[in-house]
Design a protein around this ligand. Structure first.
Ligand SMILES: CC(C)(COP(=O)(O)OP(=O)(O)OC[C@H]1O[C@@H](n2cnc3c(N)ncnc32)[C@H](O)[C@@H]1OP(=O)(O)O)[C@@H](O)C(=O)NCCC(=O)NCCS
Length: 124
């Protein structure tokens, strides 16, 4: 598979200082990863994605290694962190990241019809 990688530096047009790496074939993106520079010499890795049709062929790994080379070159001493889904966790662990606590996604639809006090079912 023949793809290229493009680097997009932060534009300065948003509140985020975001760097992007895009893998593309024939002018179409097939994968991307990003990082944001935060306060106190901290970097957040985020939003890794590879097109379904191109997964498990090393694109994420290649993007990751490009980003890491850039980080090592430009951000010595910074702390890097990421929130990982199971699919991306193994590569970060392989690259020496320490696994923190597991985080569980929760959600709720906002409604004005809730009673003031929630009923609690007590079964004991
Ligand atoms: C996660 C994702 C970016 C991986 O992209 P990819 O190009 O298929 O990954 P690679 O082929 O480069 O794999 C690199 C490593 O990641 C891990 N990995 C990738 N896909 C995985 C999967 N489905 N299950 C478990 N580990 C996986 C493996 O450690 C793999 O190394 P290996 O091939 O030597 O086993 C891709 O599956 C995706 O876009 N998923 C949906 C979005 C998502 O979950 N993003 C992560 C946000 S934190």
């Amino acid at each position: 598979m023949n793809y290229n990688i493009m680097y997009i530096p932060p534009s300065g047009t948003t509140m985020h200082c975001q760097h992007t790496w895009i893998a593309y074939i024939d002018n179409t993106a097939v994968g991307h990863i990003h990082m944001q520079i935060e306060a106190n010499q901290t970097i957040k890795f985020l939003d890794a994605w590879v097109d379904d049709d191109y997964r498990r062929q090393g694109i994420f790994r290649m993007l990751w290694d490009n980003r890491w080379a850039y980080v090592k070159e430009n951000f010595e001493g910074y702390k890097v962190y990421a929130w990982c889904l199971p699919k991306s966790l193994s590569l970060l662990k392989e690259r020496g990241f320490t696994e923190g606590d597991t985080c569980v996604y929760v959600e709720k639809i906002v409604s004005n019809n809730e009673s003031k006090y929630e009923k609690v079912f007590v079964s004991c």
